[in-house]
Design a protein around this ligand. Structure first.
Ligand code: HEC
Ligand code: HEC
Length: 290
């Protein structure tokens, strides 16, 4: 304990009596701005603890005088958004889908609502903008497995494909390899033929043999020349756009053990107006048919 108050020779101020290596600590008062800021933060924190949720208790917490809750805030925001969207969707809800397509104002609604619903629900499988991904068909092209009119698209979305819904679209390719319908060399030959349909290889002796196998086993679903058959959901095998790969190995894998992709039915997850907006949106992606 210092016994007497010392003064610093240079500044003339009192020292605290603490000394380190000849340096003495001056007993300066706190700057007033610092002191009052400190007092203000204390007052603020007490006020904060009173009006906002603050002190925890064993099973709950003190909710604060204002009853503020971020969860309530989110719930209210979500409800407001849903109401806003429902109000927007209401404008297309009762208009027949064909008529909505003719109306630029309603199409603007459908495009916005459809784009959002598509990004939320469809994009993981069908890719951004419906560009398609391996195993999931492109929706922005004019190559349709089941059909590209508004009502075709609406039906595909509503009930799905192999979704298990009673009204789902269903098609099934035979398991030619696994079930021993075709021998491996026959499957290889038919793959050579399919490659010519894809435009990936010129006709050859092997593909000629494959063509005969195709005529016997495949035309029922894929059409005489591989053009596809919508009535039975057999995809076109012509051209460059495909569900699965366009290599010999990918075709052999498909013919050996078809994958049978599943498209969920959306009638249990989305309301009819949203499905209508989605159908209009998908139809307008570029491949819509009259
Ligand atoms: C879990 C993946 C998945 C999701 C999610 C999905 N789809 Fe599909 N969809 C598929 C598959 C797989 C097919 C092709 C089925 C087949 O082999 O016929 C398909 C087919 C379609 C078709 C028929 C295409 C044609 O060529 O006839 C439409 C239209 C379609 N989907 C729209 C949508 C829309 C709109 C959504 C979002 C609401 C959606 N899909 C979400 C997997 C999905
Ligand atoms: C009973 C109907 C049916 C028959 C018969 C059939 N297919 Fe398919 N095929 C389908 C269906 C449905 C799909 C799409 C299913 C899927 O997702 O696996 C498909 C898909 C394909 C694909 C993939 C197309 C793509 O876009 O990637 C190839 C290749 C193919 N079939 C080849 C054949 C060949 C070769 C034969 C004859 C040996 C054959 N199919 C016989 C119904 C059939």
């Amino acid at each position: 304990m210092p016994t007497k108050i010392e003064k610093d020779a240079v500044s003339g101020r009192e020292t605290t009596g603490h000394e380190w290596d000849g340096l003495k600590e001056l007993n300066n008062p706190l700057p007033s701005w610092w002191f009052w800021t400190f007092v203000a933060t204390v007052v603020w924190s007490i006020g904060f603890c009173i009006v906002y949720p603050s002190w925890p208790s064993l099973h709950s917490y003190f909710p604060g005088l204002w009853g503020y809750s971020t969860r309530d805030g989110v719930t209210a925001d979500v409800a407001a958004l849903a109401a806003q969207r429902a109000a927007v969707l209401d404008t297309i809800k009762d208009v027949p889908i064909e008529q909505a397509r003719q109306d630029p104002a309603l199409m603007a609604v459908a495009n916005t609502a459809g784009r959002i619903a598509f990004a939320n629900n469809c994009q993981p499988c069908h890719g951004a903008g419906g560009a398609g991904r391996p195993g999931y068909p492109a929706l922005a092209s004019d190559r349709w497995i089941w059909g590209g009119t508004l009502s075709d698209i609406q039906t595909s979305i509503t009930y799905g494909i192999r979704s298990g819904h009673a009204e789902a679209r269903v098609s099934q390719m035979l398991r030619f390899g696994i079930d021993g319908v075709l021998k491996p060399e026959e499957i290889a030959a038919v793959a050579d033929y399919v490659l010519t349909l894809y435009g990936k290889a010129p006709p050859s002796q092997a593909s000629a043999k494959g063509q005969a196998i195709f005529a016997e086993n495949c035309v029922a679903c894929h059409g005489e020349t591989g053009e596809g058959k919508r009535e039975v959901g057999g995809p076109s095998l012509k051209g460059a756009v495909h569900l699965y790969g366009d290599t010999s190995a990918a075709i052999i894998a498909q013919v050996t053990n078809p994958r049978m992709g599943v498209m969920p039915n959306w009638n249990t997850r989305l309301d009819p107006a949203t499905i209508k907006a989605l159908a209009l949106y998908v139809h307008a992606l570029g491949g819509g048919e009259k």
